[in-house]
Design a protein around this ligand. Structure first.
Ligand code: SAH
Ligand code: SF4
Length: 351
């Protein structure tokens, strides 16, 4: 049975205000409700002790406060990487990963259950598209971890939309979720602390650029020629490199913001010196930064991560050509924390 009551996090502040107004509540109730949800991180109607009991009961019978349920939690990297597999009321998997390092707590959230883009090396891609998440379900992942951290007197410092799914195929909900978390009267996490990663949906990159938001953008590139990129990232056939790079340049021109490129390094596939040189040509003169991510091997793909030396050589070529470059540490491999891996692992065990 589908739950017909709305998820409270799916409603914007304005929309919640309208509901309270219809109920004949005084205007200050909206502030209390919003602060309760997004500042105090309350997630049950009976926690709203600032409200008279009838209002608490009304909230409880009108809304649901939870629509994704934690199914399995795993730890890796001495507890610094924490992954939760949730499922929705319909049973769709969603995964969220917290990465802690010194003073930074970065949360990697999902925008969809599964993904229809079919990148060959990606576990989520191997799963296929299941469903778009609502803005409230995107927010729920964040609040779940914010509550965990609060118990340790910590807060989230960054949120990356790099979990399951292609965020630009669920654009409205992703932006709505970020707006809601951005509100200074509520969760108050600044736009610059968010990063959206896209496989390269060109019309949406343009649409996003035109918004001139402070949200960071990352593009998953993985190859510097169309033949190779189309093999790894099938959507490249629709949006080939020249159109993609054109949209990237437009983004930087419009926003004046530094763009990130992701490059999953796959042994003997895209780790050659030749690819590195081609990449420097593609990115010449663009305000950008490259993240090299050693491949997290997945069940459905035979590729491996390159030897360290090869990654070093690749990085050196970029740097010699004035392209800043960081090698991302593979994290959470033991708990299948790389992009969709836990969910597929879990589905396999249960099938
Ligand atoms: N769909 C978006 C965001 C989610 S994927 C995108 O593709 O950008 C987030 C990042 O994880 C992407 O850069 C993706 O290429 C990378 N990734 C996917 N599978 C991986 C794997 N097996 N090992 C390492 N990185 C992977
Ligand atoms: Fe989808 Fe991103 Fe995985 Fe490609 S890498 S299949 S776009 S989640």
């Amino acid at each position: 049975m589908m739950n017909e009551r709305p998820l409270i996090y799916d409603l914007s502040r304005e929309e919640l205000g309208k509901v309270l107004e219809e109920w004949g509540e005084p205007t200050y109730r909206l502030r209390q409700l919003w602060e309760g949800l997004y500042h105090n991180l309350w997630h049950k109607a009976d926690q709203f002790t600032v409200f008279p009991k009838p209002l608490r009961q009304k909230l409880d019978s009108y809304f649901i406060f939870e629509s994704i349920f934690s199914e399995k939690e795993s730890l890796a990297d001495h507890g610094q990487t924490r992954k939760v597999l949730f499922h929705t009321l319909q049973g769709n998997p969603i995964e969220t990963v917290l990465m802690q390092a010194l003073d930074r707590n970065t949360l990697c959230i999902s925008s969809q259950s599964g993904c229809g883009m079919g990148c060959v090396f990606c576990a989520t891609g191997q799963m296929g598209f299941i469903a778009n998440l609502t803005s409230g379900q995107i927010i729920e992942q964040v609040l779940h971890f914010a509550r965990l951290l609060k118990k340790e007197n910590k807060t989230l410092s960054n949120i990356v939309v790099m979990g399951m799914g292609e965020p630009f195929h669920n654009f409205e909900n992703v932006i709505r979720a970020i707006d809601q978390l951005n509100d200074p009267n509520g969760f108050n996490l600044g736009e610059r602390r968010f990063t959206i990663s896209t496989v390269g949906i060109v019309p949406m990159i343009r649409k996003f650029a035109a918004l001139k938001r402070q949200i960071n953008l990352a593009i998953s590139l993985h190859a510097a020629d169309d033949e190779l990129r189309s093999q790894l990232v099938p959507i490249n056939r629709k949006y080939p490199l020249n159109t993609l790079l054109e949209a990237c340049r437009e983004y930087v021109n419009l926003t004046k913001r530094r763009l990130s490129f992701e490059w999953v390094m796959i042994k003997d596939i895209n780790d050659s010196i030749q690819q590195a040189y081609r990449l420097t040509k593609l990115l010449k003169g663009l305000l950008c930064h490259v993240n090299l991510i050693p491949l997290n091997p997945t069940e459905g793909y035979t590729g491996q991560s390159p030897p360290k030396q090869r990654i070093k050589e690749f990085k050196a070529i970029l740097e010699q050509n004035s392209i800043p470059c960081t090698v991302r540490l593979p994290r959470g491999i033991s708990i299948h924390a790389g992009c969709g891996q836990l969910a597929t692992f879990y589905q396999r065990q249960n099938s």
